[in-house]
Design a protein around this ligand. Sequence first.
Ligand SMILES: NC(=O)c1ccc[n+]([C@@H]2O[C@H](COP(=O)([O-])OP(=O)(O)OC[C@H]3O[C@@H](n4cnc5c(N)ncnc54)[C@H](O)[C@@H]3O)[C@@H](O)[C@H]2O)c1
Ligand SMILES: CC(C)(O)[C@@H](O)C(=O)O
Ligand SMILES: [Mg+2]
Ligand SMILES: [Mg+2]
Length: 347
Amino acid sequence: MATINFGGVEEQVVTREEFPLEKAREVLANEVIAVIGYGVQGPGQSLNMRDNGFNVIVGQRKGKTYDKAVADGWVPGETLFEIEEALEKGTIICFLLSDAAQIELWPTVKAALKPGKSLYFSHGFGVTYKEKTGIVPPADVDVFLVAPKGSGTSLRRLFVEGKGLNSSFAIYQDASGNARTKAIAMGIGVGSGYLFETDFYKEVTSDLTGERGTLMGAIQGIFAAQYEVLRANGHSPSEAFNETVEELTQSLMPLVAENGMDWMYANCSTTAQRGALDWWKPFRDATKPVFEQLYNSVKSQEQAEISITRNSQPDYREKLEVELSELRESEMWQAGAAVRSLRPERT
Ligand SMILES: NC(=O)c1ccc[n+]([C@@H]2O[C@H](COP(=O)([O-])OP(=O)(O)OC[C@H]3O[C@@H](n4cnc5c(N)ncnc54)[C@H](O)[C@@H]3O)[C@@H](O)[C@H]2O)c1
Ligand SMILES: CC(C)(O)[C@@H](O)C(=O)O
Ligand SMILES: [Mg+2]
Ligand SMILES: [Mg+2]
């Protein structure tokens, strides 16, 4: 473990230098890694591990997603199986169904978890909320997680570009005495940049907060608020969209990603700097109570309850599509589609 100073707090992290790919391959040389589910994380993780030289198979029920797996080069009967068969063959079971679907499939997975096998998650959800999910792994299997901090789509894209997303890892149960090494090897195998350690509870709590907060929920909320104010004051959709979203994603966030917020500020006008320095604190103060409310709702398990109840409904996909289309059809994101189509690389 490398000791890294994160803003004055020292933490232990696992880097690719100290745990190279060759070591990960050695650790998992005798394992059959069965990726169950081929949604968003399934393809990213399985393809990265396959390209990294691991022994990987995919378990996916028949349908559109199964066909996508075939198109991605998984061979039916050789590396692509029905879920039950993949569960049988796998020694490390990567449970990558949606968190709600994991509840339904758990009895099948549990039956396949013979002593000595490992159960791998990419979220702390299932076991942390075991009273709600019923996911209680048998005592004689290793249980760990590697949670890439980003979309499976980015996990794959960055891997192909020779880069990597960071992931957290955690051990829930160490039956073999080797769970930690296996977890780290899996983390390296799926293409993580570096790995930081957490536990299942902290992973799920921070993850649910982040995606409801600045990563997805809060960002759309703040975009919508500013866009509406600009439009109400007579600005055109293209002006409002450019000043709210396009400039952020195309110009300023890449600068933040590269060298931090202060560096992005330093590369803007003194006029912009003055305004941004004056206004970030009022925005923090206005939104902090909402973040506190959000965190409490995660902590009380209300968010888990909502997620399970809503995503377990038979018509959840249709209902989801209605909500997603509300976003897609909104003036702001329609303006966004037009703005994107005008980017020089797309014209
Ligand atoms: N989406 C991400 O990028 C992301 C990022 C980090 C962690 N995670 C975690 O990874 C795990 C997988 O998430 P995901 O977003 O990739 O899942 P997903 O919703 O994209 O994938 C669902 C998969 O499960 C299958 N499925 C759904 N219901 C099923 C059922 N009843 N029986 C059998 N198969 C069924 C689907 O065919 C699909 O292959 C979750 O624990 C999630 O929290 C996801
Ligand atoms: C990609 C995210 C938001 O980080 C993940 O947590 C998810 O649930 O999809
Ligand atoms: Mg999440
Ligand atoms: Mg996340």
